[in-house]
Design a binder for this molecule. Structure first.
Ligand code: F0G
Length: 352
């Protein structure tokens, strides 16, 4: 097999054209779709469960799929700076792709509310990081205004190139399974990704690459569930900081995608998210971040309500890498024991 070339080159026929010389890529995409056995057995032995591990992207999240297109387009238009508001992953990705392209990056993040791994990424890639004393929704309103008046490309998912690129995860899932799954489960924050997946599944269906479309399942965190509750949440709160969003930019598109697919957007509690987070790591050997685990937490919740039938193929997308948020991992885990450097002390702990 030829080496992977990044999503713009791999899916050229389905994406807006980009000339070879303006392609900015870190060879994103091509992430594994892992068949779950132990977690599947824990949930329901009659279903098929797959985990699309987007934490394997170059900056550790699915954002890279859209960022390669958005930054390539900025370069093509001769724009020399990018800007975004972020709960962390978008800022990490924008900073990396801007560094690669030689562009300046400005990122606005809610102060004290993003995982340290993500903050470190933005800083390491040389972005100008501004911590806003407010939440993501407030930061997004500011960057939108700045981008309207100044020569800087807005690379949040309201940039249409972002969603074009993020469709490629749906393409890959269909290629990897040989057809569309029965259900596609995703975390929902700013609601761009679920919108992009639906676009991708529809596009592949229209091109005759699949025989049908999946039913979409989207999950918000209970403390940040504007779509489920039907109103803006002024002070969103959740352990899953990546989806701590009270007024999603792609709200209407996500609702349309949900309805067209015959699916649901529901919510899961922080406890349910953390349970799934630990199950995925402990039963499958896959470390994802808390927000990502909401896709599995939601499937566990709907399974208990009797939603699934024998043979249903369910894909849960694990949107980001667990290494980004080590504070959370250590908070929910047992600390290792400290022992004296003797075989005897080790054996005492092994309890054979
Ligand atoms: N999972 C992770 C790990 C995320 O970082 C995000 C969004 C989502 C899920 C939700 O995707 O917003 O398209 O509905 N993170 C954005 C950010 C908001 O700034 O990094 P969505």
């Amino acid at each position: 097999m030829p080496p992977w070339r990044g999503v713009i080159r791999e899916f050229r026929e389905f994406l807006p054209p980009t000339e070879e010389e303006s392609i900015v890529t870190l060879l994103e995409g091509g992430t594994p779709l892992i068949r779950s056995v132990r977690l599947r057995d824990w949930i329901n032995r009659e279903i098929e469960l797959y985990l699309k591990y987007e934490g394997c992207n170059p900056t550790g999240s699915f954002k890279d799929r859209g960022m390669t297109l958005a930054v390539s387009q900025a370069l093509r238009e001769g724009i020399t700076a990018v800007i975004c508001a972020s709960t962390g992953n978008t800022s990490a990705s924008a900073s990396a792709y801007a560094a690669r392209a030689g562009l300046r990056a400005f990122v606005l993040i809610p102060e004290g509310q993003i995982a340290l791994g993500k903050l470190s990424q933005a800083i390491m890639h040389g972005a100008e990081v501004l911590q806003v004393q407010g939440n993501f929704d407030e930061a997004l309103a500011i960057v939108k205004e700045v981008a309207r008046g100044y020569p800087v490309a807005l690379v949040n998912s309201i940039n249409p190139y972002r969603l074009e690129g993020q469709q490629t995860a749906a393409f890959e899932i269909c290629d990897q399974l040989g057809d569309a799954p029965t259900y596609q489960s995703l975390p929902v924050g700013n609601a761009g990704n679920i919108t992009a997946y639906w676009k991708g599944y529809r596009r592949y269906r229209e091109a005759g690459r699949t025989s049908g479309l999946p039913i979409l399942l989207g999950f918000q965190a209970e403390g940040a569930a504007p779509i489920v509750r039907g109103h803006v949440v002024e002070h969103p709160e959740t352990v899953a900081t990546a989806i701590r969003i009270g007024n999603p930019a792609s709200w209407q598109q996500a609702v349309a995608a949900r309805d067209e697919s015959g699916g649901v957007i529901d919510m899961v509690s922080d406890d349910q998210i953390l349970e799934a987070y630990q199950l995925i790591a402990g039963l499958e050997g896959i470390f994802c971040e808390p927000a990502s685990a909401s896709s599995v937490a939601g499937v566990i919740k709907l399974n208990k309500a009797g939603r699934f039938r024998r043979g249903d193929r369910i894909v849960c997308t694990l949107t980001g890498n667990g290494l980004k948020d080590l504070d959370c991992a250590l908070r929910v885990s047992r600390r290792p024991a400290t022992i004296s450097p003797t075989t005897e002390a080790v054996l005492k702990h092994l309890r054979f």
